[in-house]
Design a protein around this ligand. Structure first.
Ligand code: SF4
Length: 472
């Protein structure tokens, strides 16, 4: 296992992807045993955990939320930032103590971190009590690795991405909303990002397979699907067929699924036709997460993002003009190597122009093996932290202002569950993906209802059920 170099990885983006079916032929020999599954990172990882959970339950395990009760621990890890790495190794320390008390405990580590050579070496040398290491390309091997484990460390991680699997079964977190993978990996190679190395080249699923998964979810009563990919707008570019993300959106919208979302978009691949399709179909939600990363052309170039500040703003404007009532959120990295104050002011300028509904903001964290990690950085951490504070202040101000404008309005909300802090309240998400707490009955869970917004904060809304409801 090794991290492929840039040239080698790019060359592989031209290779053909093979489609395979997952086989579910293993015995349920672990009846009475418990598993504890901990997931780090993005929606893609959470969805992978739904696949992992299904395998474990077919093997006979039942889930426990208490680590100490478990017979099997699975950590599904994330590699995107250094602190995610520290958290996983910190948690492995707890597992090590538990294994001293329960020598039969099985410990498995999977996900993006286990695709990194340095992590594998660290596990081999310093964490011999870890029994199984599996990667993002061979999740379906986990049942076999568990069944065959002889209480010695087994590392099975493929450096070359796997095939596109069809017929994967999931033990989903929700009976109301579902994630649907439309593609795997990414070909963009932004210079700071580890994803093309840990998740491999872009492999799109066939349109028919995605549509039939959505139809099946609709039949089962799901109200919302989120189409998942590292760069959904590039969907189909790796296939020889003549369809793209716009076509996929259109076909998914025609299934009649009540709510359709997608994440994550890349400004580079976002076409005008895609904007028009989103605007045309009422069941495609008016919400777009459009990562900016930086407002400085110099930094954007160094990041390999392939758009300029002006191009981003033009796209932003088109989306705002053509999709009624759209909300747009973003990701911003502060303190990319050698980012000057003037570069940072360019970022603030974009934030002031776009007035995003919200933004995920981060201090740049170098990831070993990426080109950006080789750039010598002269900006002190205190300066980066101070910039992050200034940015967050501005972002929160606009989030609050945008939310305040909704007070007194009636919006459609998909109710997802009971509020964990106040049992008299329920919560859900507006069509524009804003979290809302509602005074209302639990009978509304799973339904789309009209809610009048009574109060707005930076990160959530409060509301009451309006007289008439939509949906069922
Ligand atoms: S588009 Fe996203 S996932 Fe792909 S390399 Fe860039 S940041 Fe990483």
């Amino acid at each position: 296992m090794h991290l492929p170099d840039l040239k080698e990885a790019r060359k592989r983006t031209k290779e053909k992807v093979i489609e395979k079916k997952v086989e579910y032929t293993f015995p349920n020999v672990f009846v009475g045993k418990k598993y504890f599954l901990r997931t780090y990172g993005c929606q893609m990882n959470m969805h992978d955990s739904e696949e992992i959970r299904n395998y474990l339950e077919l093997l006979g395990f039942t889930e426990t939320l208490v680590l100490e009760e478990s017979d099997l621990v699975v950590l599904n890890t994330c590699a995107i930032r250094e602190n995610a790495h520290d958290k996983v190794f910190g948690y492995l320390g707890r597992c090590k103590h538990l294994k001293r008390e329960k020598p039969d405990l099985l410990i498995a580590v999977g996900g993006c971190m286990s695709q990194e050579e340095s992590v594998i070496l660290e596990i081999k040398e310093k964490h011999p009590y870890v029994d199984i290491v599996f990667g993002t390309h061979n999740i379906s091997d986990l049942p076999r690795l568990i069944l065959e484990n002889k209480k010695k460390q087994e590392i099975e991680v493929y450096s070359i991405e796997g095939d596109v699997y069809e017929g994967i079964e999931y033990s989903r977190d929700s009976k109301i909303t579902a994630w649907v993978n439309i593609m795997y990996g990414c070909d963009k190679f932004c210079t700071y990002c580890i994803v093309p190395y840990t998740r491999g080249k872009q492999r799109s699923r066939k349109l028919e397979a995605i549509v039939s998964e959505v139809e099946e979810l609709k039949q089962k009563g799901y109200k919302e699907v989120t189409l998942l990919g590292q760069n959904v707008n590039a969907y189909g570019k790796d296939l020889t067929f003549v369809y793209d993300f716009k076509d996929l959106l259109e076909c998914v919208a025609k299934t009649g699924m009540e709510r359709i979302r997608f994440v994550t978009s890349h400004p580079w691949d976002f076409t005008e036709e895609m904007i028009d399709t989103i605007a045309t179909y009422e069941n495609i939600m008016p919400y777009i997460h459009l990562p900016l990363q930086s407002g400085s052309d110099k930094v954007l170039k160094q990041m390999g993002r392939r758009y300029t500040k002006r191009e981003y703003l033009t796209l932003f404007q088109k989306i705002k003009e053509r999709i009624p009532n759209v909300s747009i959120t973003t990701d911003i990295i502060v303190g990319f190597p050698n980012e000057t104050e003037s570069d940072f002011l360019d970022t603030l300028d974009v934030v002031n122009t776009c007035q995003f509904d919200s933004a995920f903001t981060f201090i740049y964290s170098p990831r070993e093996g990426t080109p950006a990690s080789l750039i010598e950085d002269t900006i002190p951490m205190e300066e980066k932290e101070e910039r992050l504070q200034r940015l967050n202040q501005l972002v929160n101000q606009y989030s609050l202002e945008n939310n305040k404008r909704l007070e007194g309005k009636v919006v459609p909300v998909l109710v997802l569950g009971e509020n964990s802090k106040d049992k008299n309240k329920i919560y859900g998400y507006t069509d524009t993906m804003k979290l809302i707490n509602i005074n209302g009955s639990k009978d509304l869970i799973g339904k789309i209802v009209n809610v009048e917004i009574t109060d707005a904060k930076s990160f959530s809304l409060d509301g009451v059920v309006a007289k008439e409801s939509v949906g069922n």
